[in-house]
Design a protein around this ligand. Structure first.
Ligand code: COA
Length: 163
């Protein structure tokens, strides 16, 4: 473990999936503290409110003692300066993620040269998973049981009334 070293895992998490959780667990084994930094992605229309996504994440990571879930708004680079933590964790599921993630990592470093981005790969079984796909499955009546934490599954059922 990287002692006394924190890292932030930013995202919109709409909703959090087992793939996100897999990355959080891996990161929590590498750093003394992980801040899951939740925000509204201005390029997306979210299904769950910021507070709902925070609550779902908090419940999902309740057993991980060195993980904290916090909201942020504005630029990630500014938020990292505010919390004095400059390592960003992002998950890379497939080659298709690379271009966007690479661009974001370089832009964040341009905005604040102290920022380093570390990419973690989730378990192979989560490489196909995405929040939109989970929502689509739920809306169309499918089961999301094996893709999301229990609390998210229940919330999706409440929202979309599936099995
Ligand atoms: N397992 C499963 N799914 C994963 C995943 C994993 N390990 N990693 C990513 N995903 C999926 C998500 O489910 C999501 O799917 P969706 O597009 O269907 O919703 C997608 O990949 C990415 O979502 P997520 O990782 O939750 O975050 P994001 O891409 O929405 O977040 C921010 C991007 C919030 C980090 C970025 O917009 C940001 O930093 N915003 C702040 C403003 C700013 O600083 N802008 C300039 C950035 S350079």
């Amino acid at each position: 473990m990287n002692r006394n070293f924190s890292a932030a895992y930013p995202g919109s998490f709409d909703p959090p999936t087992n793939g996100h959780l897999d990355i959080i667990i891996r990161a929590s084994n590498l750093f003394s503290k992980i801040i899951v930094a939740v925000t509204d992605n201005i390029n997306k229309r979210h299904t769950f409110t910021l507070q709902e996504r925070i609550d779902l994440l908090r419940e999902s990571v309740a057993n991980l003692k060195n993980v904290e879930v916090l909201p942020f708004s504005g630029l990630l680079a500014d938020y990292l300066e505010k919390i004095n933590s400059f390592v960003v964790i992002r998950g890379l599921r497939a080659l298709s993620d690379f271009e966007y993630e690479f661009q974001m990592a370089l832009m964040n470093r341009k905005l604040n040269k102290k920022i380093e981005t570390i990419f973690l790969t989730p378990d192979q079984s989560y490489t196909f998973l995405s929040s939109s796909m989970v929502k689509e499955i739920s809306m169309l009546g499918g089961s999301t049981k094996s893709f999301v934490p229990k609390c998210v599954e229940l919330e999706l059922k409440k929202r979309f009334g599936n099995r």
